[in-house]
Design a protein around this ligand. Structure first.
Ligand code: ARG
Length: 464
């Protein structure tokens, strides 16, 4: 297909140049945005008297036909074209002749591509927001079912204090709520229309930029024409928000992988969301979680690629910027794919409450509560801490737990102990007493669930 810019050239483009220069293989996914942008532009050109109303109407009608034909498969996108903008304009001109050639009045591919990416990513963000919300809801549902599932909470991967499975996974709901907030924030700044920036210096035609922006659902128009065509902050911001989603999914995946191991056995994945080994018949592997953890690297790579492409280019548009699309589209596609597989994996996994409870019983995770019990009897926390440490050492020597250590042994370390200590260190009570906002008690976790659910609906700032 012919280039749009042939006038001053005497030779045909070398095949190698065309292959290297072309972006159609990765920008054809923006065909709808390109056409919708052109329809809005053509309408404005007609309304402003820049081209004849009758020609504007013909262009709009034919662009609508082209859109329908591409969608239905009747019209195939020519992969030899330089880019999607060239293809659509070429197709229009092939059909309308002279009239088709008027579409590009007062426009450059530089503001056109900036527009198309914004429109495309706006749509993608909305899809990703839906998927993140679905995951948050699945987490809330799983949490609701497991407010009584006592498990050890960890620091340094060492058993630390008693929590519940519900409390643990609601931490991920909190992270994902922030992710939603970041996505909508990125969308807010992205939703500004660059059309009218021209190649870099605006245009002499009497455009109505505001009308085009309004028609395309933007909240306003870009401030400066050089920035309008050479800003890709919105790609970088989105890639950063997507990277953080991947950090969160990757951390969650790591825990799922550990919890599936025989060493933990806190959860069992549904057969439909696990894989086997070709040689070891006993294996059931958490491949989805591992792949999500692995794919996080791709998205971080996409972010790094975007930052690197943009960091050294003089204003305004440079062809380097064509590299934006593969990176941001890969990040978008990867996150969508990960969320699509991850959410039903969480939804269908079985929580093995007894195994969690057994692990909780063995790690002295009520030691802080034991010390707090002595504080309640008037001892200073540091002394209570030391006495409890001695008790733990004694338990380890004897191969028992704080729950099964006889009262005489307690009294031998500190005479403030009496039988009530067994109630104070009961794990169910330890969790139930942690009524503090944000804590693991059922009341507190239910409040967290309610807040996360409300957040999904209205996206207020997440706080207790
Ligand atoms: N395919 C190009 C891109 O994605 C479109 C803009 C071309 N502009 C230009 N001046 N060559 O960046």
């Amino acid at each position: 297909m012919a280039q749009l810019w042939k006038g001053r050239f005497k030779k045909e483009l070398a095949k190698e140049t065309n292959d290297f220069n072309s972006s159609i293989s990765f920008d054809s996914r923006m065909f709808e945005e390109d056409i919708r942008g052109s329809i809005a532009h053509a309408g404005m050109l007609g309304a402003q008297g820049i081209i004849a109303k009758s020609e504007s109407e013909k262009i709009i009608a034919e662009l609508g036909v082209i859109l329908d034909e591409i969608k239905s498969g009747k019209l195939a996108i020519d992969m030899e074209a330089e880019d999607i903008h060239t293809f659509i304009e070429g197709e229009l001109t092939a059909r309308l002749g002279e009239t088709g050639k008027r579409l590009h009045t007062a426009r450059s591919r530089n503001d056109q591509v900036a527009l198309d990416i914004r429109l495309n990513l706006r749509k993608e963000i909305e899809e990703i927001e839906g998927k993140v919300k679905a995951l948050i809801e699945v987490i809330c549902k799983k949490a609701e079912e497991n407010t009584d599932a006592i498990m050890p909470g960890y620091t340094h991967l060492q058993r630390a204090q008693p929590i519940t499975f519900a409390h643990h996974i609601m931490a991920y709901a909190a992270m994902l709520c922030r992710d939603l907030d970041r996505l909508s924030d990125a969308k807010r700044r992205m939703n500004i229309c660059p059309l009218g920036s021209g190649a870099l210096a605006g245009t002499t035609y009497p455009l109505d930029r505001e009308a085009v922006a309004k028609e395309l659902g933007f909240d306003g128009i870009t401030l400066n024409s050089l920035d309008g065509v050479s800003d890709r902050d919105f790609c970088i911001e989105l890639a950063a928000a997507l990277s953080l989603i991947m950090v969160h999914l990757s951390r969650f995946s790591e825990e799922i992988i550990m919890w599936c191991s025989w060493e933990f056995k806190f959860v069992e994945l549904d057969d439909a969301f696990s894989t086997g080994s070709s040689i070891m018949p006993q294996k059931k592997n958490p491949d989805i979680a591992e792949l999500v953890r692995g794919k996080s690297g791709r998205v971080f790579g996409d972010l790094t690629a975007l930052l690197t492409v943009m960091k050294g280019i003089a204003l305004a548009y440079n062809k380097d910027m064509q590299e934006d699309k593969e990176a941001i589209f890969d990040a978008v596609d990867t996150v969508k794919m990960c969320l699509t597989a991850f959410t039903p994996m969480i939804d269908t996994m079985t929580v093995l409450k007894d195994n969690m409870r057994n692990a909780a019983a063995k790690g002295f995770i009520n030691a802080t509560d034991c010390a707090d019990y002595l504080v309640g009897k008037g001892l200073a926390f540091r002394d209570a801490y030391k006495a409890t440490g001695e008790l733990v050492a004694l338990c380890i020597d004897r191969g028992v737990t704080l729950e099964t250590l006889p009262i005489d042994a307690y009294k031998g370390v500190c005479d403030l102990f009496d039988d009530e200590v067994y109630t104070a260190i009961n794990l169910e009570k330890c969790v139930a007493d942690r009524l503090v906002a944000g804590g693991p008690s059922t009341e507190s976790v239910m409040k967290q669930i309610d807040t996360a659910r409300a957040f999904i609906k209205i996206q207020i700032i997440l706080k207790h």
